[in-house]
Design a protein around this ligand. Structure first.
Ligand code: PLP
Length: 247
């Protein structure tokens, strides 16, 4: 077998956790994504650590998460409470600094489990969910940070708060419900340039005094970094194609 990884180097392609450096390993892809983030951030004068990479492991097995953990990754995103519950509690015990983000829609009947397991809930997208989260946080004493999901494209079929309503929603979440809201997130329409949506989200976060801005996925995370993302959510570029559709 020929190797394309340089000469005289041991390029064993065994799936040894964290040790595999073949070009399509999780470790190598993670390196490459991190490198792009740092390069892009520094090109716009943003410092080291300005952008947190959320590795989106939905549909991928715990072994893939372990490989990323071995490569130093500590922040992960999942879109379903049930799936995250099956994969992450044991890993969180072994890696106490692991930070888990919910990036998918949250049904109110899963709020209890979500508050128990996640450290950040990025999909606070409606008043009823805000009420349920406030109630569960008061009951459990656990207070995962919340990001308001903004429907920047005002797509009728899409979850999220309309841009014009975010200010009032934020005030209600904070003042009346005492929720720890720390930022905004968006998923731009698939058929539009993401840049204008990223610009809008960053402008809103600045105006509302919110420090965390979650935007950008495998196809557009560099653009998101240029527009001020503090969190990018990258799945495919790290873990490869998903074995089955995520939703
Ligand atoms: C799946 C998902 C991602 C990651 O998407 P990739 O294109 O695989 O990087 C990011 N954000 C959300 C909300 C997702 O559901």
């Amino acid at each position: 077998m020929t190797t394309t990884q340089g000469t005289g180097k041991d390029t064993q392609t065994s799936a040894e956790p964290g040790g595999s450096k073949s070009a399509d390993s999780v470790t190598a892809r993670l390196d490459s994504v991190r490198h792009s983030i740092v390069e892009t951030a520094s090109a716009c004068g943003r410092g080291d650590g300005a952008v947190t990479l959320v590795a989106v492991s939905k549909t991928h097995p715990a072994e893939a998460v372990e490989e990323a953990l071995a490569a130093g990754q500590r922040v992960f995103g999942e879109n379903r409470v049930q799936e995250a519950k099956a994969k992450f509690p044991a890993l969180k015990e072994r890696f106490p600094e692991l930070e888990l983000h919910l990036i998918g829609p949250l049904q109110t009947n899963k709020v209890k489990d979500a508050v128990a397991l996640f450290d950040v809930i990025q999909t606070l997208d409606r008043p009823k969910l805000a009420e349920a989260l406030a109630e569960e946080m008061a009951k459990s004493g656990r207070r995962p940070r919340c990001l308001i999901e903004v429907n920047t494209g005002e797509e009728p079929q899409k979850a999220g708060i309309a841009p014009a309503e975010v200010g009032d929603f934020l005030a209600d979440c904070r003042d009346r419900l005492q929720l720890p809201v720390t930022g905004l997130m968006c998923i731009p329409p698939v058929d539009e340039e993401p840049a204008m949506h990223f610009a809008l989200l960053a402008e809103m976060a600045g105006r509302l005094g919110l420090a965390e801005i979650s935007m950008g996925m495998s196809g557009d995370f560099e653009t998101a970094v240029r527009f001020g993302a503090t969190h990018v959510r990258v799945g495919t570029a790290i873990f490869g194609a998903r074995p089955y559709p995520a939703t």
